[in-house]
Ligand binder design. Structure first.
Ligand code: NAP
Length: 336
């Protein structure tokens, strides 16, 4: 192969909002394979909110990105060369690999993907990590049950859109918030949420919640944190549950915003539990079986926002953090 590899390196640790100076694009020779290794041709790359946390020099649940090394993320690709008897050339796989056209791997952590269950890109979204996050967070952590009112923030996104649709399948009332009128129309008109509001144009977060959840909230699937969490707390019903999935409104702030209404947990005997999807891989088989069925039956719809070209991965990541994505943000690196 005379082709070169293109890589996006982590060049500078951002303070506050991320910009292009955090990234550096380099061309490198394609690596040679040792016994047991494979070369993966990366096709889709996922850019996800948690990557902002990995850019900080602070202790977290995932190791930080190393300066001077390619950033890492969820990838679907095809085995281009193999010296590993368990992985055949031409096979499609998913795994955590570099922001690069080709990745060298010893095969550990690579999962075969089945193109028959859905498009390859779905393994980075509705059939992958974000879908499993929605499933575990809503059903295992939030313990949503028939008749519950489920409210989810960032409701048009990769995780949130799936949360609301699973809630509907389970007989709940699904309510969401999103940052544009188009997103609000999409989740109610196309995804079947019972109600939604634009958190940027509502008179206040409290009034948006009062109008859409007049009888209170049984399960809050928390994706954004900050003022939204504060507005939800007093609206929790008796023994309400908050599944704390993420707090994207806080990721780029140098000083987190305070939350004032925690006493509402006491008043309503409610609970809040954080969770990390990687602690729940044991739920993958049940999730894939359920989700592939729901997709086939048309009970779950899914939207993607795809940018072309590895060189646009930093721009895709930055626009997702700003809320400019409409659906799961992906980068397409090459042909399927
Ligand atoms: P996503 O929702 O597809 O994209 C991010 C969305 O967040 C944006 O489109 C934007 O939508 C919203 N947003 C951005 N800034 C915001 C702000 N200041 N206030 C309110 N909303 C804002 O991303 P995703 O991958 O599905 O992730 C959603 C959440 O789940 C994130 O918090 C992420 O960290 C979390 N997550 C957690 C786990 C876990 O294991 N715990 C796993 C996956 C994801 P709007 O236009 O609606 O503002």
């Amino acid at each position: 192969m005379t082709e070169k590899n293109l890589q996006i390196l982590f060049a500078n640790r951002p303070k506050g909002w991320v910009d292009q100076s955090a990234f550096e694009q380099v061309e490198t020779p394609l690596p040679d394979l040792a016994d047991g290794q494979v070369l993966v041709r990366n096709i889709y790359l996922s850019v996800d909110p948690y990557m902002r946390g990995r850019m900080n020099d602070a202790k977290s649940y995932a190791a930080g990105f190393e300066l001077g090394q390619p950033l890492q993320g969820g990838v679907v690709g095809q085995i281009a060369k193999s010296r590993n008897p368990d992985l055949q050339e031409g096979q499609y796989v998913s795994g955590m690999l570099g922001w690069e056209r080709y990745s060298l791997s010893d095969g550990k952590g690579l999962q075969p993907v089945d193109p028959a269950l859905g498009p390859l890109s779905y393994y980075l979204g509705v059939l992958g990590m974000p879908g499993l996050t929605a499933y575990v967070g809503l059903l295992d952590i939030g313990k949503a049950k028939e008749g519950d009112t489920v409210f989810v923030s960032a409701a048009s996104g990769a995780v949130g859109s799936v949360v609301g649709q699973i809630a509907k399948i389970k007989g709940c009332r699904a309510v969401g918030s999103a940052g544009t009128d188009d997103k609000v129309a999409y989740i109610t008109d196309e995804l079947g949420f019972d109600a939604a509001f634009n958190y940027k144009t509502a008179d206040s977060l409290g009034s948006g919640l009062r109008e859409t959840c007049p009888d209170g909230i049984d399960v809050y699937f928390e994706n954004v944190g900050g003022p939204m969490l504060d507005a939800v707390l007093p609206r929790l019903r008796y023994q309400g549950r908050i599944a704390l999935c993420g707090m994207i409104s806080q990721y780029n702030l140098e000083r987190p915003e305070p939350v004032y209404n925690l006493i509402s947990l006491l008043v309503s005997r409610a609970s809040i539990q954080g969770f990390i999807v990687s602690d729940h891989w044991d739920r993958l088989p049940a999730f894939v079986a359920d989700m592939s069925g729901w997709l086939r039956e048309g009970k779950v719809k899914y939207r993607e926002d795809v940018m072309d070209g590895l060189e646009n991965a930093p721009a895709a990541f930055i626009r997702m953090l700003k809320g400019e994505n409409f659906g799961k943000q992906l980068v397409k690196l090459g042909e399927e």
